[in-house]
Write a protein that binds this ligand. Structure first.
Ligand SMILES: [Zn+2]
Length: 150
């Protein structure tokens, strides 16, 4: 409702200027003003009656700008995995413990047992190195002990 009061006030001011000080108003200003009114009414209409559309549009913009960039071009994205991480001290912790379970708590190279409490010291390694065409996704990773890293 406030927006309509504002619109009425603006129109009244414009009309007063037009009526009492016509020398200030060039003919082209009438078109500008008309355009402004049209856009203003359109915006009011969108926000009042097309609420769902506006909500979806802004939500889409918000979601898109919050996505990490690599989700747009990576074939297999790790974004979901990264979004679940809340541990800043050991950001790869979830991946490591998940892979470790998959490997039956054994180093992928030397098969030595991996203690869960020492998992921070163990390293992530690509099964197929990126230089040889390996994919940068979690299916191409394994956990190895620091000495098996190279
Ligand atoms: Zn090892």
């Amino acid at each position: 409702m406030n927006s309509f009061i504002f619109l009425t006030v603006i129109c009244t001011i414009y009309y007063c200027i037009y009526k009492y000080k016509p020398e200030y108003i060039e003919p082209k200003y009438n078109y500008y003003f008309g355009g402004f009114i049209a856009i203003y009414l359109f915006v009011i209409y969108m926000f009042t009656y097309e609420n769902e559309f506006m909500y979806k549009m802004f939500k889409n913009i918000y979601d898109t700008s919050r996505q990490p960039l690599y989700t747009f071009n990576a074939k297999d994205s790790n974004a979901e995995l990264y979004n679940t991480l809340n541990n800043t001290l050991n950001p790869n912790g979830d991946i490591k413990s998940m892979l470790c379970q998959k490997q039956g708590n054994r180093c992928a190279k030397c098969q030595n047992y991996i203690m869960n409490k020492d998992l921070d010291y163990y390293k992530l390694k690509y099964l197929v190195p990126l230089q040889q065409g390996g994919q940068n996704n979690v299916n191409n990773l394994c956990v190895v002990c620091p000495t098996c890293m190279f």
